[in-house]
Design a protein around this ligand. Structure first.
Ligand code: ATP
Ligand code: MG
Length: 509
């Protein structure tokens, strides 16, 4: 399945929403890269035409009044899959991706304005200026809890601040309830705000006593990344210069220590490791150590508009330092290509190994590899990096058979939510499809999909067309048929996706 890199293509100004179309007009042309519009048919009929190799173009169906086409264009950029031609005079309604996404983004800005009202009531946030409160509100993430769940324990290190927006919690100190907090649509309660100042131990336990509860949450690291330390904001006071400009940048990891030490001309070529979408990956040697040198053709990067993805890949990979993630040691700028000097993984691709050795359905193997992925994500998420492109092809093996996550092209540092729809359709989480903003939680969804794929040999929401995949994703894991050989993991997986629904899996978020 092709991946959707979530390219931000320039989109022409929005046309009038209602358009008359003359008979014979092609509104959409198969393979067209200008794929920005979605159409609803008010009157008339359109033919769907697909080219079938030597047989030439064939009409495979039609769309008339009330029907629609081109809906994928609202989600992300992808070349058109068929030609749509007016059979007679038609009237259509049109919307383009840019406007559609802007409308969705507006609704989340409206939501953030509501959240600002809660923040206004928090005493220690008083020194924040209006635009700072808005930035903080946009980074709040919603968490759900079930009855009796402990939100935090007395004595444990505090790292997040909570606004209770639904439900009731009990505040327990030294084993005795000291008070109850309840939220109603008119009145939110908040707790744990001291954690934004320091990691002091919690001075009480907060436990849910209603059937369920919902909070808006921000942790200290996110807060510091958006606004800088709250301590400094308090010294500055409300009138001082806004901190929004001087946000803390995440630091490069120690794995970048080799930067500047290895020059490209000193690398000795040993052999070819593989071919990627942008060039070859070679095994090279330097001072007795081996590396993988990945070349990315500059011409091809420009042609496909992937400059931002390549920069992301570099910036994110520099931040990582985990035995479960391929390390980046150096980058080079050649005349034709850019180069990444990477840690080598000599055991090949996980996907190839699964196919060659018939490992699909073996739960010992699935557990081992999934555990590696969980470790990789734990590391990425601790640095607020969202990966967004988990699939067997992006997992490599070392010569000892350990797993290494690779390909940071879609990874990004995210505080709170981000909006670009990207990844691989089979691995899209519902909120990715809804385009209403997604958090680090989408990565945990993909862990569930990967587990299923390693067990069943195919992804759970598989379909011939992306739109059908999205319909299945939205129906949820409960509607998926599990092959008999995976019955053992069925319950685990359902629980995983249910846990995710209530936000419990966000132990790092
Ligand atoms: P695509 O976008 O098609 O996935 P890509 O440009 O992302 O390709 P990679 O997937 O990173 O390229 O690399 C292509 C192939 O090179 C991999 O499938 C793998 O076989 C090999 N390869 C990449 N990185 C390494 C590495 N660090 N160690 C060993 N082999 C590697
Ligand atoms: Mg790849």
């Amino acid at each position: 399945m092709a991946k959707c890199k979530g390219l931000e293509q320039p989109i022409p100004a929005a046309p009038a929403p209602e358009e008359e179309v003359k008979a014979g007009t092609q509104l959409i042309t198969e393979g067209d890269l200008n794929a920005d519009y979605f159409y609803v048919v008010q009157s008339g009929t359109f033919n769907i035409i697909i080219s079938r190799g030597e047989e030439g173009p064939q009409t495979v169906g039609s769309i008339s009044e009330g029907g629609s086409f081109g809906e994928l264009a609202l989600l992300y950029f992808a070349p058109r899959a068929a030609t749509i031609q007016a059979k007679d005079a038609c009237v259509v309604w049109v919307i383009d991706r840019k406007n559609f996404k802007e409308i969705l983004a507006q609704s989340s800005t409206a939501m953030a304005s509501e959240y600002v009202k809660y923040l206004d009531k928090v005493e220690i946030l008083q020194p924040l200026q209006d635009e700072e409160k808005m930035a903080l509100a946009k980074a709040l993430t919603e968490m759900s809890f079930s009855k009796n769940e402990v939100i935090f324990q007395q004595g444990e290190k505090g790292d997040a601040f909570y606004i209770l927006i639904e439900g009731q919690v009990s505040v327990v100190k030294d084993g005795r309830e000291v008070t109850k907090l309840a939220a109603s649509p008119e009145k939110a309660s908040f707790f744990g705000e001291k954690a934004l100042l320091s990691h002091e131990p919690r001075n009480a336990t907060l436990q849910v006593i209603s059937d369920s509860a919902k909070t808006l949450t921000v942790d200290k690291m996110s807060f510091d990344m958006i606004l800088g330390p709250l301590e400094e904001l308090r010294t500055r006071g409300k009138q001082g210069k806004s901190k929004l400009e001087g946000r803390a940048k995440p630091a490069a990891s120690s794995s970048s220590r080799k930067f500047g030490l290895i020059t490209r001309k000193d690398l000795r070529r040993v052999g070819l490791l593989g071919c990627g979408g942008f060039g070859a990956v070679e095994l090279v040697e330097h001072g007795g150590d081996t590396y993988a040198l990945k070349a990315l053709s500059k011409g091809y990067i420009m042609k496909s508009g992937m400059q931002q993805n390549v920069l992301n890949e570099k910036n994110v990979q520099i931040m990582c330092d985990s035995p479960f993630i391929i390390k980046l040691y150096e980058t080079y700028n050649g005349t034709q290509s850019l180069y990444f000097l990477l840690e080598p993984a000599l055991g090949g691709e996980l996907y190839a190994t699964y196919n060659k050795k018939g490992l699909f359905g073996k739960d010992g193997h699935a557990k081992f590899y999934v555990a590696g992925v969980v470790n990789a994500f734990q590391h990425l998420h601790s640095k607020k990096i969202i990966f967004r492109d988990l699939k067997p092809e992006n997992l490599l093996l070392t010569e000892l058979g350990h797993i290494k996550l690779t390909d940071m092209g879609l990874a990004k540092v995210v505080v709170g939510k981000t909006y670009t729809t990207c990844g691989t359709p089979d691995y899209f989480a519902p909120e990715m499809i809804a385009s209403a903003g997604h958090t680090l939680a989408v990565d945990w969804w993909t862990v569930g999909v990967l587990t299923f794929e390693l067990m069943a040999g195919h992804p759970p929401f598989e379909s011939a067309h992306p739109m059908q995949i999205y319909q299945k994703v939205n129906k949820g894991i409960g509607k998926v048929n599990f092959p008999p050989k995976c019955k053992g993991v069925v319950e685990d997986l359902r629980t995983h996706h249910q846990l995710r629904e209530v936000g419990l899996d966000q132990w790092n978020a």
